[in-house]
Ligand binder design. Structure first.
Ligand SMILES: *[C@@H]1O[C@H](CO)[C@@H](O)[C@H](O)[C@H]1NC(C)=O
Ligand SMILES: *[C@@H]1O[C@H](CO)[C@@H](O)[C@H](O)[C@H]1NC(C)=O
Ligand SMILES: *[C@@H]1O[C@H](CO)[C@@H](O)[C@H](O)[C@H]1NC(C)=O
Ligand SMILES: *[C@@H]1O[C@H](CO)[C@@H](O)[C@H](O)[C@H]1NC(C)=O
Ligand SMILES: *[C@@H]1O[C@H](CO)[C@@H](O)[C@H](O)[C@H]1NC(C)=O
Ligand SMILES: *[C@@H]1O[C@H](CO)[C@@H](O)[C@H](O)[C@H]1NC(C)=O
Ligand SMILES: *[C@@H]1O[C@H](CO)[C@@H](O)[C@H](O)[C@H]1NC(C)=O
Length: 480
């Protein structure tokens, strides 16, 4: 081999190594509040999340939808839910709602770019027909559940009256092996198994939406006991659930290290919505809770971590981003192009990877259809129309045996429009709508403009044929 061809070979090898697509692990916590992470609240015992967040980038303006299915719709499609018919609340277990099939999901897109795609955890984007379920929406494998809010140990949930069934699968097969094992552990083991069995020459996309830390409040005693300094029993169990999630993430990152995937990997950690303070979570200093348009319902706790990919680390990123942005961001990270001109997301690759400015100056918090309510953001400003939802206060940390004060400030009557300067007033104490009528008008016009592209909500009635009693006691596709 002469000198030139040796150099060429060397360059080729280096280029092919450089060009290797990064592995992506996208971890979602369910119902985790703004103030429920140790890197923000010293009450929380989350050493693994804290370590990763501090060595990575803490996201301080990363917005999500007020509830579960709509946010997952954003992660999967890059579209706002008021553009996919999922704007009004979650997908109930007996409702024939689903993520529209003509949208290319992020795993489908990443598969086109050469990725192995696996999902472990909660789907909640429709299952009344097999064609809406994870293994037909881009995932090579799936272990988890189709709906939401089930027991952590029995993996069983209730629908309407007389509707009780198991909701747990491995791919399409009913999975009873996990009976009496907490889902946090089941999902952790499956994630580690995927990591250990992965062929390192291929890029991996692992979507890992945990059941933790959604209600019901259930956790093995070991993790509850880690938090026994907390007097309030509900808060103590809740914090134990967060600690267990943290422990599972710690074990998963260890497996990633051992397998050698960590050297070229982006880890995303995000909640799906703000914390339900009425269960036991906490969003202080933010106002409101899950299921509201306040910042407490929509400003998501989250961070990114990478050992090698981030140009700037160890800081709080205040750039504005929304859950729809993950889709184009991950596509760019994977070396692909986003060809859909209608997608709502914008790639925040430069902001997240290089520490550059945000590509976004505005977004839609949500535009409801079932009621005259909406919120939008434009720069510093936030406009809210109609009722922001229930739970409108600044719920304190529960500390005694009772959750005193938590329901304070509910059922308030609000003016038809409210205006906040989120930069100056992130905790939404000062409604400026009466003080700045011209600004209010400008914002109302912007809202009208956003509303022009709204699509009708998928708004089906409950389907009696969904009852698990017709499917051997298991929530199953086949009724739409
Ligand atoms: C999906 O279908 C809906 C309803 O027919 C349509 O409005 C929308 O433009 C389609 N979206 C894409 C990305 O094809
Ligand atoms: C799940 O599907 C994937 C892809 O077809 C396959 O590799 C895996 O073995 C399946 N697992 C089970 C338990 O069926
Ligand atoms: C499953 O567990 C939940 C939470 O502990 C409980 O409320 C529910 O009754 C259990 N369901 C069954 C069928 O045992
Ligand atoms: C789980 O185990 C319990 C207790 O053994 C049993 O009653 C229940 O039917 C099992 N559930 C499933 C889905 O197999
Ligand atoms: C993490 O791994 C350790 C050591 O194997 C184990 O003791 C612990 O229970 C695991 N965490 C969870 C949440 O299963
Ligand atoms: C919002 O508050 C910021 C910070 O105090 C200020 O710079 C900005 O001018 C305010 N925006 C408006 C439109 O009042
Ligand atoms: C981060 O967000 C919180 C909550 O909205 C806010 O109080 C704080 O000022 C933000 N930090 C920075 C540096 O912008």
């Amino acid at each position: 081999m002469n000198f030139t061809s040796a150099v060429c070979l060397f360059v080729t090898v280096v280029l092919s190594v450089c060009a290797e697509k990064p592995h992506i692990i996208f971890i979602v916590a369910d119902d985790l509040g703004w103030n429920d992470v140790g890197f923000r609240n010293p009450q929380m015992i989350t050493p693994n999340l804290d370590r990763l967040a501090k060595a990575g980038v803490i996201l301080n303006s990363s917005y999500v939808q007020p509830v579960c299915s709509p946010t997952r719709n954003c992660f999967m499609s890059g579209y706002f839910p008021y553009h996919t018919g999922l704007q009004d609340d979650i997908i109930d277990v007996n409702e024939a709602k689903h993520l529209p099939v003509n949208l290319t999901t992020i795993p489908q897109k990443l598969k086109q770019l050469g990725y192995d795609t696996h999902m472990v955890g909660k789907w909640h984007l429709g299952f009344c027909n097999w064609k809406y379920t994870p293994t037909e929406r881009g995932f090579d494998s799936f272990l988890g559940y189709y709906s939401g809010a089930e027991g952590y140990f029995n993996h069983t949930r209730r629908g309407g009256r007389d509707e009780v069934g198991l909701d747990f699968r491995y791919n399409k097969t009913v999975n009873r092996d996990a009976n009496r094992t907490c889902s946090t552990r089941v999902f952790m083991h499956r994630a580690i198994e995927i990591i250990q069995n992965h062929d390192n020459s291929k890029p991996l996309y692992l979507y890992l939406p945990f059941q933790s830390v959604h209600a019901p409040l259930e956790v093995p005693p070991k993790f509850e006991n880690m938090n026994k300094n907390i007097e309030n029993i509900r808060r103590r169990i809740y914090c134990g659930m967060v600690s267990m999630l943290d422990d599972a993430v710690g074990n998963i990152t260890e497996a990633l290290e051992e397998k050698g995937l960590m050297d070229n990997l982006l880890l995303v950690f995000t909640t799906d919505n703000g914390g339900p303070t009425y269960t036991a979570s906490n969003n202080l200093p933010l106002r409101g809770a899950k299921n509201t348009l306040w910042e407490g319902g929509t400003k998501g706790a989250g961070f990114i971590y990478s050992k090698t990919l981030l140009k700037k680390t160890g800081y709080l990123n205040t750039g504005m981003m929304h859950a729809v942005d993950w889709y184009p961001t991950l596509v760019e990270l994977a070396g692909g192009e986003n060809a859909d001109p209608n997608i709502d997301g914008v790639s925040q690759y430069d902001m997240l990877i290089n520490g550059g400015p945000s590509k976004r100056n505005e977004f839609v918090y949500n535009i409801y259809d079932e009621r005259e309510a909406a919120a939008i953001r434009y720069g510093d400003l936030k406009l809210m129309q109609g009722s922001p939802g229930d739970h409108n206060g600044w719920a304190p940390l529960p500390h005694l045996g009772i959750d005193e004060g938590v329901y304070e400030a509910d059922n308030q009557v609000f003016p038809p429009f409210m205006l906040y300067n989120i930069t100056a007033d992130p905790t939404e104490h000062f409604d400026l709508s009466a003080k700045y009528p011209d600004v209010l008008d400008m914002m109302k016009k912007r809202l009208e403009n956003w509303k022009k592209s709204r699509v009708p909500p998928q708004d089906p009635s409950p389907v009696p044929r969904a009852n698990p009693k017709y499917y051997g006691g298991v929530w199953s596709p086949g009724w739409c």
